[in-house]
Write a protein that binds this ligand. Sequence first.
Ligand code: MG
Length: 407
Amino acid sequence: MKITEVKTFLMHAGAPNLKRWAADGSFGHESFSKNLTGTRNWLFVKVYTDEGVTGIGECSGWPRVIQTAVQDLSRLLIGEDPTHIERIWQKMAIAIMGHGMTGTVGAGAMTGIDMALWDIKGKALGVPVWNLLGGKIRDRIRIYGHANTAEAALSLKERGVTAIKCGGVSNPVKKVAMLREAVGDEVDIAIDLHGPPWLTPADAAQVCRALEPFNMMWVEDPVAPENLEGFRRIREHSSVTLAAGERQATIFGERELIERELVDVIQPDTGRAGGITQMKKIAAMAEAHHIGFAPHSGSLGPVAEYAALHVLSAIPNGLILERIEDDWEGREKTVIPHPRSQDGHLLVPDAPGLGVDIDEAFVAQFPSEGNVSIPISEASGSYAEGTFREHVYVQTRTRRARYFKDT
Ligand SMILES: [Mg+2]
């Protein structure tokens, strides 16, 4: 079997309900809905072969830019046997080495291609991808939803979801306390602090300590993931469970978080971590350190979600999958078949390959309209004195304390 063609499908995807999350922590602002609605893109990759078998994959990590990267890489693929996945992965990695560190753009491009190759291999052999990864440990994958209000949390709980995550840095302890009060002790709660510019390691350590009584599923990105010493400092001062990893890619990007045991949960993004090939390796590295594996899915489309289900099905340390349950209604129309959650879980597909394809006609109805987060006001990023956008860490201690006053 030989690869004959690689096609990309870039689409504008509607935004989640941004009363529940926003890139700069400004929750609930109406303008944000319009903002991110115009900026979230999904990129799918389809690989074709001379035997008529095709594979589908998905890339995240700046999809509009990655589309060009995939097109560049595609010339390496024509004529290759798609079942030699590791060989093709190494060939791609070497081909982009001259651009510097792989980053999420390079790894994102390799991810979509790699995912499509696993899909082809499974279809060619007539087995699901989880079977190629060593077989199934579990038939369904537990999910967690996003909730920043008691109403949203209770809505998820009523639908059987047993874990929720809130976000933002303003009054994080008060927010978690409110959610714990609302859902009781049987629902797991995580919080994503999204890293700086909102928190210094000293502030983050205080927040983490204050969150300890709430039996957190995890505290995510309490400082920027690049700040490994910041994670170490928090570790010294708090026993709270820590999670990170969505902004890194490949085993080389995730390595230090795992080897130095700076996190308890590693969160590679299924669309940009380097593909199923890398996800399986990252999971094994984490397993050796008793670190749980919970793929990031916040901005991802539904093809990568399928890939995550196969990986999570086959690894012992698969913890849980992020899923924005109240996402854009087009999510389900983008793929065939549509994934549906049931009792707080997604069923692991049993069809050959990934068990999913995109609806090309539906995707074509939503051309990309840009791919960066547009500030909601001129004040954003202005460092205007006395505003949130002055950036918390340069503000005086007394002014910073406003944001953590309940901690
Ligand atoms: Mg996150």
